[in-house]
Design a protein around this ligand. Structure first.
Ligand code: FES
Ligand SMILES: [Fe+2]
Length: 390
């Protein structure tokens, strides 16, 4: 099996130069934006190999409750079983690949709409119309394919690989960060969902959500009315996790924003919570899916007001990001200049992206080497057999 390279763009020389430029105050090169090979590589090697927050435990509290979503391009499904266990599956029918559930909901059986194959909450096939024989052996063989699921402080995460390293093994500082501010969304209740697609590369969206350099100019009437943003950029990444905190304006309440690379965005404050994420949804497209939550003991009007302002803020960001993408895609500039201090957080997330490229490239090279060794072993074996025949 040969392993394709995304392009020569991600050679070790290219990454070393990008890293050097970043250290000197320059952004990632714009050649990484709107490149189909890079985009496909990022989707499969970074996002599809990551833990992604799919929602909150309070949304899947009862048997039959389910969350439907995707990790990169992989459709996934999480369901609460009759035994109270939360399980995750590929949301791909074992018959001919249609999704077995199209949206969040609650049911004791999962029936694929295409031809009616039906699965139970453990993923087992229980009915396949007109298929005979459909004995136990075949039914077991045609169960939904499992994925990894983790719950953590009220949030539900999924990873497309059933053998993925655990969430807390992946983010080894996460517990320490969360305990320091008592981050926990378990007692927060679902308020509403907000989904938008933005015509921009996910990396531009990432730069945007880690800095508040733009808050005074873009969000003066929205986000800036809710929080004191001082010090927001000072938060550092610790093994892929970053905690930034701020005070609420006009009260002594606190706001904590916990980000997990890539794209996970969790918020807890004294009025609302967020279990959200953004991820690439095709070339030059970013999809943002936010679950807004209401904090316990919050006045519902306050929660509504905060959520409305957050939605307006995200729409402001969408307009900015789409215009920025058009400027960058004009192809006239090589890279941007970052401002030391308020944009240290942008440099930090861009370094994380370089690290992710490097690690994924090394994994590919290892896979390539293994494949080559396998082929050589085959050749040697075949050679031996032929020699014996001769
Ligand atoms: S694809 Fe699901 S029943 Fe045919
Ligand atoms: Fe913003």
């Amino acid at each position: 099996m040969s392993v394709e390279q995304p392009s020569n763009l991600l050679s070790s020389d290219f990454l070393a130069e990008a890293e050097q430029c970043l250290a000197n105050g320059w952004s990632l090169p714009y050649s990484l934006i709107n490149n189909p090979d890079i985009s496909a590589f990022e989707r499969t090697e970074i996002f599809e190999a990551s833990w992604q927050v799919m929602g909150v435990e309070s949304s899947v509290a009862n048997p039959g409750d389910r969350l439907v979503g995707r990790i990169g391009g992989v459709p996934v499904l999480i369901v609460r079983g009759d035994d109270d266990v939360l399980r995750g599956f590929l949301n791909v029918c074992r018959h001919r690949g249609y999704p077995v559930a199209s949206e969040d909901g609650c049911s004791r059986l999962l029936t694929c709409r295409y031809h009616g194959w039906t699965y139970d909450l453990t993923g087992g096939l229980v009915k396949a119309p007109e298929m005979t024989p459909c004995g136990e052996g075949l039914r077991a063989e045609l169960s939904l394919k499992p994925i990894s699921v983790a719950t953590w402080r009220g949030c539900v995460f999924a990873h497309a690989d059933p053998l993925a390293p655990g969430l807390l093994d992946t983010f080894s500082e996460l517990e320490t960060l969360a305990s320091g501010c008592a981050f926990d969304l378990s007692s927060y209740q679902p308020h509403s969902t907000f989904t938008i697609e933005i015509a921009c590369d996910w990396k531009l969206a990432y730069d945007n959500v880690v800095e508040c350099y733009h808050c005074a100019s873009i969000h003066a009437e929205t986000l800036n009315t809710l929080y004191e943003a001082d010090g927001f950029e000072d938060a550092t990444w610790q093994t892929g996790a970053r905690l930034a905190s701020a005070r609420l304006k006009g009260s002594d309440g606190l706001h904590h924003c916990l980000q997990l690379f890539p794209g996970n965005y969790l918020v807890q404050d004294t009025v609302i919570g967020i279990a959200g994420r953004f991820f690439p949804a095709g070339l030059g497209r970013t999809r943002l899916e936010f679950n807004f939550l209401t904090a316990p003991d919050t006045n519902p009007e306050d929660a509504d007001r905060f959520v409305t302002i957050w939605r307006e803020t995200l729409n402001e960001d969408r307009a900015i990001l789409e215009a920025q993408q058009r400027g960058i895609c004009s192809g006239r500039l090589e890279r941007g200049r970052l401002v030391s201090g308020p944009e240290n957080s942008v440099a930090a997330v861009q370094q994380l992206i370089i690290d992710a490229y490097r690690s994924a490239m090394e994994d590919r090279q290892d896979a390539s080497r293994q494949a080559l060794l396998g082929n050589n072993a085959d050749t040697i074996e075949t050679g031996g057999a032929n020699a014996a025949v001769a």
